[in-house]
Design a protein around this ligand. Structure first.
Ligand SMILES: C[S@@+](CC[C@H](N)C(=O)[O-])C[C@H]1O[C@@H](n2cnc3c(N)ncnc32)[C@H](O)[C@@H]1O
Ligand SMILES: [Zn+2]
Length: 276
């Protein structure tokens, strides 16, 4: 079956998951290869089977080169301990939405680890979703969409994944079924600390406000710290430099300097927050 036909069938089977991002009405049918709402707004599948639901051009902080470096690094197992912790917490079935899914590696790994059910990944970056659909088409239904104008219907999701990506708690509450949960991963102060030390003399890094906000919205939340070190090669260090927003504030001179003396180890330290 062609990818677009497979995705069309997904839309037919799961029409209730979506709502029109323009008028917020339900999509009442799949017509041709697209969704149509009662106000006649129409969104078509792309040839590769992805659905583009942005109202205007997406934001592109992450270019294709950065996204492929992120994928290459993810393939080495860089994030596996985080994902293993997530995997042991997530319900294995049900309907899951990966918010800001990037190039799809995390959902792919979680699927390999036994995550079943209906999985939808979306990101505001078209390049990210294209990569996800090229490499991980079978693992989820992939959409280009903006969390601020989310095209998903109310109370349809059992789990929301929110890994290193922005949150919108009011929206999460609307999307989740009764008893559904948010699984959020945020960097702890020591995340990539060795790289931070190389790049910046003084750059306190603290996500405490993000964590506090989560706990304010979900006072009974669970909070797990995950911390480990990864050995780096010259190649993986370069991928790391390419993929992290940390380097966006660095000068070319600094980047050249640290490329000449690559790090051999890096610390990963994150918080896994689970709503209750
Ligand atoms: C640091 S990346 C993390 C990506 C992926 N979850 C990962 O861990 O590899 C943050 C992601 O959030 C996406 N993003 C930012 N604003 C968004 C929005 N309003 N709606 C959907 N995705 C958004 C970005 O395009 C980017 O892919
Ligand atoms: Zn509409």
């Amino acid at each position: 079956m062609k990818k677009i036909d497979y995705s069309r069938q997904f839309l037919i089977d799961h029409l209730a998951l979506f709502q029109c991002p323009i008028c917020k009405e339900d999509f009442y049918q799949v017509e041709g290869n697209g969704l149509v709402c009662s106000q006649h707004h129409r969104f078509d599948l792309a040839k590769k089977g992805t659905l583009h639901l942005l109202l205007k051009g997406g934001q592109n902080d992450y270019d294709k080169a950065m996204l492929s470096s992120r994928k290459s690094l993810a393939d080495t197992g860089f994030f596996y301990p985080i994902l293993d912790a997530l995997s042991s917490e997530l319900p294995k079935e049900g309907t899951l939405l990966d918010v800001g899914c990037g190039e799809g590696s995390h959902l792919h790994y979680l699927t390999d680890k036994g995550l079943e059910g209906v999985k939808v990944g979306f990101d505001i970056s078209k390049d990210a979703i294209q990569l996800a659909a090229v490499h991980f088409f079978e693992d989820a239904f992939w959409c280009v969409a903006d969390l601020a104008h989310s095209p998903f219907a109310s109370q349809q999701f059992d789990s929301i994944l929110n890994i290193f990506s922005p949150s919108h708690y009011q929206e999460f509450e609307r999307l989740l079924k009764e008893g559904g949960r948010v699984y959020k991963v945020v960097p702890d102060p020591d995340y990539l600390i060795e790289l931070r030390d190389l790049l910046y003399d003084e750059r306190p890094y603290n996500n405490q406000q993000v964590v506090d906000r989560f706990k304010e919205v979900y006072p009974n939340s669970k909070h797990k710290h995950i911390r480990y070190q990864v050995d780096l090669t010259a190649e993986t260090f370069h991928w790391l430099l390419d993929m992290t927003p940390l380097t966006w504030g660095a000068t070319e001179v600094d980047l050249e300097r640290i490329k000449k003396s690559p790090l051999e180890k890096i610390t990963i330290a994150v918080s896994l927050l689970i709503s209750h």
